[in-house]
Design a protein around this ligand. Structure first.
Ligand code: FES
Length: 116
């Protein structure tokens, strides 16, 4: 069970539980199920509208998250959220970037803070 806190300067923070492990539940799907107003358009990793900042707040483990696909990397790069250097460092460190596309990120068994 992962604890996901959604935080926005315009709304009250909302913390929800996510059943991780289905490998199909995206962050955007979880947000919509819980009426969190994250902006989105395509839901297919194309437009970059759903970019959110994700931070691990899990004390037990290091950052999990899934690897970014090439498509997610290029959309985040086009949106100015991920530089080429950061993308390369991400591969060296084997860590996901702080910015993710909510419609592409699969929720893992990790407590996270999502800023939108
Ligand atoms: Fe378009 Fe996520 S909604 S990239």
């Amino acid at each position: 069970m992962a604890i996901v806190t959604f935080s926005s300067p315009e709304y009250r923070d909302k913390t929800v539980y996510a059943v991780a492990g289905s490998h199909t539940q995206t962050l955007l799907k979880l947000a919509r199920e819980n009426k969190i107003p994250i902006n989105f358009e395509c839901e297919d990793g194309e437009c970059g509208t759903c970019a959110v900042k994700v931070t691990s707040v899990d004390k037990k483990i290091g950052r999990m998250g899934g690897p970014l696909t090439e498509k997610e990397k290029s959309v985040l790069h086009a949106a100015g959220k991920l530089s080429k250097a950061e993308a390369e460092q991400m591969i060296v460190d084997d860590l996901p970037s702080p910015w993710r596309l909510a419609c592409q990120m699969i929720v893992r068994d990790e407590d996270i803070l999502v800023e939108y």
